[in-house]
Ligand binder design. Structure first.
Ligand code: CTP
Length: 411
């Protein structure tokens, strides 16, 4: 989805959104959020907890939302006792920003003791949480458990970002930028631009076993593939993620198929290939495997061991041979002659797009959170992206896959 670009159209016209504000220092940012949602055409109703009012005044949010701000369950007019149900019924979305550890814990525990929590309880539509807190609070296993639980129950979460925090610490806990929260609201309410699409994404390294306890592998973290899978699912796609062993949590709403070797990855990819419209091969597939996998652990009896390796099948090239009108995307990690090798991969694997990165660049490649990539298209076009977070690179790749699929339909 074109984040930002879509903002030029009023995509939220006719949508009723409740903005819940809780008591964190990021509460001042809720003013921007309310303003942004109103600008997009939404009918915004604000509910503030008592603590939130210590940080920002109801008057500010009332002025910006152009609706009365609800602050207390028992204050007159007493019709508010039923109002929370009426508002919850009417709302297309409830977004809590900032969401403190306290409100997250209360929702996870099913507590409904004020206007906001009772409204959450009465909501049948989607609820989006934008957590914001001190890094140690955010990392606290109880908070993490609560967030996992809520995600499993279908709550949407827009993760906090890393950076300097108001408490003086630096780390993950800063509320996601307002534009990002609005983009998520749009995605939730407009169904996502990848709805109806099935994508097959591979991620992580492969393990080529030498004996039962030793293998050849590479340092791929799986982050790029997982970011692609997570974002594609958020944008409404049906996603099958075939993944080598990584230390990442499975993205919500994604079908995950765990594999180890290149041959296992190939088998899984071949199995799901007929059911998808596009494949993104972000996995770092081992090019070679030991010719023989010893059944028993090799004992250190000899002074020298010779390991014979044989070539693994090229999974992407195999798909290229029978692609039909499917879109195929490959990755190329290079240390030199990037453009030349990327174009060769494009040709040899019959891919539509190769995402190439120079792994000698700081901030790019294995194990990093960011990536600076160049995109090479089968029709000869080229596109260079700046250094971006892997999640943002993922969004652009998905945008391009969608464009390629659309142009195919038209052409
Ligand atoms: N790939 C694959 N099957 C393999 C090897 C790679 O499908 N056996 C895919 C990767 O997932 C990636 C792209 O092909 O999308 C990478 O191409 P590859 O030629 O393997 O790149 P390198 O490993 O960097 O190859 P080389 O050593 O030739 O540069």
């Amino acid at each position: 989805m074109a984040v930002g670009k879509a903002g030029e159209r009023k995509l939220l016209t006719g949508k009723c959104i409740i903005v819940g504000v809780t008591g964190g220092i990021a509460a001042y940012k809720s003013a921007e959020l309310v303003r942004g949602l109103v600008k997009e055409g939404a009918d915004v109703h604000v509910i503030m907890t008592a603590a939130a009012q210590e940080f920002i005044t109801p008057l500010t949010l009332q002025t910006l939302s152009r609706n009365p701000v609800i602050t207390d369950m028992f204050a007159p007019p007493s019709r508010w006792e039923v109002e929370h149900v009426a508002l919850a019924d009417r709302a297309d979305l409830l977004v809590i920003a900032p969401a403190t550890a306290n409100i997250i814990g209360k929702i996870a525990a099913g507590i409904a003791d004020d206007m906001l929590t009772t409204t959450v309880m009465a909501m049948t539509g989607p609820v989006l949480l934008a957590p914001a807190m001190n890094v140690h609070m955010y990392e606290n296993p109880v908070v993490q458990r609560n967030l996992r639980l809520l995600q499993e129950l279908g709550y949407h979460i827009v993760e906090p970002e890393e950076g300097p925090l108001a408490c003086g610490y630096s780390g993950k806990g800063r509320m996601a930028p307002v534009e990002k929260i609005i983009a998520r609201c749009r995605e939730i309410l407009t169904g996502g631009d990848l709805q109806g699409l099935s994508l097959l994404i591979t991620a992580g390294p492969t393990r080529e076993y030498i004996d039962p306890v030793r293998f050849i592998s590479n340092p791929s973290s799986g982050r790029m593939g997982y970011a692609l899978a997570e974002r594609a699912a958020q944008r409404g796609a049906e996603v099958i993620l075939v993944t080598g062993p990584v230390a990442l949590a499975p993205p919500a709403g994604v079908k995950v198929v765990q594999v180890e070797s290149a041959l296992e990855m190939q088998a899984a990819v071949e199995e799901y290939f007929p059911a998808v419209q596009a494949v993104i091969m972000a996995a770092a597939v081992g090019d070679y495997r030991p010719a023989v996998k010893e059944e028993k652990k090799i004992k250190k009896e000899k002074d020298e061991v010779v390991l014979r390796l044989v070539k693994n099948p090229d999974i992407l090239a195999g798909l290229g041979e029978k692609k039909g009108d499917k879109v195929l995307v490959g990755f190329a990690a290079e240390t030199h002659q990037l453009a030349e090798y990327a174009r060769r991969k494009l040709r040899e694997k019959k891919a539509d797009l190769i995402v190439a990165n120079d792994i000698t660049n700081p901030g790019s490649g294995f194990g990093t959170l960011t990536n600076a990539v160049r995109l090479f298209y089968a029709d000869g076009r080229e596109e260079e992206l700046p250094l971006m977070k892997k999640e943002d690179v993922a969004e652009v790749i998905l945008d391009r896959v969608l464009e390629l699929l659309k142009s195919r339909k038209v052409g």
